[in-house]
Each structure stands twice: as C-alpha cells, then as structure tokens.
Design a protein around this ligand. Structure first.
Ligand SMILES: [Zn+2]
Length: 189
C-alpha cells in the first residue's frame, strides 16, 4: 500500500486562496432566488473523481439537480439516505449514475487494503471499500441496488453511464437481458 501512495511533497494548503475566490464569487452572486428543490427533479450520483465536472459533463446549471458524490459513485446506505430525502422531500424523480474509466477504485484489492489498515491501525474498517474490476459491471451493480432498496421509491427513470476521462464521452450501461426493475414502490412517478 505504502509503495504506491502518491507523494504529497509539493502540498501547500489551499483554503486561504479559495476564500479569496469565494469573496469574488459572493460579490457577483445572483442565485439567491433558487429553491431548495432541484428544478429538473433530477439526482446525479457520481464518483468524487477530480476530473469529473458534473455540471459541465451534463450541461447542468446551478439549482437544477442534486449531485451526490463519493469514491466510486457507489450506492451506499448514505447515498440511499440522500436519495430518499431527494425524492420524498425535494421532489426528484430521475437518477443518473456516473462512474468512469481510470477510477482510483479500479483493480484495488479490497482484502489487501483492509489488511493494511488493520495491520497499521489495529482496527479493521467496518465499511466496504467497494473496489471493482469492470466499471460497466459496477454501474450495473449500482442500478441493481437502487432497484432493490425500498427507500428509493421512484425507479422509472434510472440510467447509468461510464464516463471516459480521456474523451469526455458518456457510455450508457444497461442491465443484461432478463434483469428487470422489481415492482412495487415506484408507481407514483
Ligand atoms: Zn472514481
């Protein structure tokens, strides 16, 4: 693990510089009228990857969608928590999943990662790393989890994509034949 951790010798803290940018942003701010509920009734679940500008990739504007991100864009309990609130309280009815090529979770060994942590820290993580081998299969897994959870009621408009970080293009992932959304819970779109 320690062999392939990128060195951060060139690191210096960014926050003060960012606060300067925020001052400029606030001076020109004109979005104070936006509602809490997203205008497009859309939620996007995406990887945290720094190369993915979700707003630009999808042509979204401020106030139009919930953007829920974590390492991998994985459908975890916490993502389900956010989607449940998004649908029940804030009116979203469509979910777009964005995974991508060259992800930091790609081909990582979950067992090795956890074993290293346990050896170094004396405690084994109680969470799954959710590493994967095939980003397309990983999107399918995420779609399946959404179909399986009762807490995401509106399942009629769920689509998943792999974003190619070398071209900027999205490639849609569909479930294999014979796999269909479970019924129930999604009638009231
Ligand atoms: Zn990623």
């Amino acid at each position: 693990m320690t062999d392939n951790v990128p060195r951060a010798s060139d690191f210096s803290a960014n926050t003060e510089e960012l606060l300067g940018y925020n001052g400029e942003y606030a001076d020109a701010f004109d979005a104070g009228h936006l509602d809490t509920a997203p205008l497009r009734h859309l939620a996007v679940v995406a990887c945290m990857d720094s190369r993915m500008d979700i707003f630009k990739i999808l042509g979204l504007d401020n106030g139009e969608a919930h953007i829920i991100r974590n390492a991998g864009g994985v459908i975890t309990d916490d993502v389900i928590r956010s989607l449940c609130l998004s649908q029940r309280a804030l009116g979203t009815r469509e979910i777009v999943l964005l995974h991508h090529t060259k992800c930091g979770l790609h081909n990582l060994s979950e067992d090795d990662f956890k074993a290293d942590l346990e050896r170094e820290l004396g405690i084994k993580p109680w969470w799954a790393l959710e590493s994967f081998v095939d980003p397309y299969a990983d999107v399918r897994q995420s779609i399946q989890r959404l179909y399986a959870t009762p807490f995401v009621a509106h399942k009629e408009h769920i689509r998943g994509f792999v974003y190619d970080v070398t071209t900027g293009a999205l490639h849609e992932v569909t479930l294999s034949e014979g796999v269909h959304p479970t019924s129930g819970g999604g009638e009231n779109s």
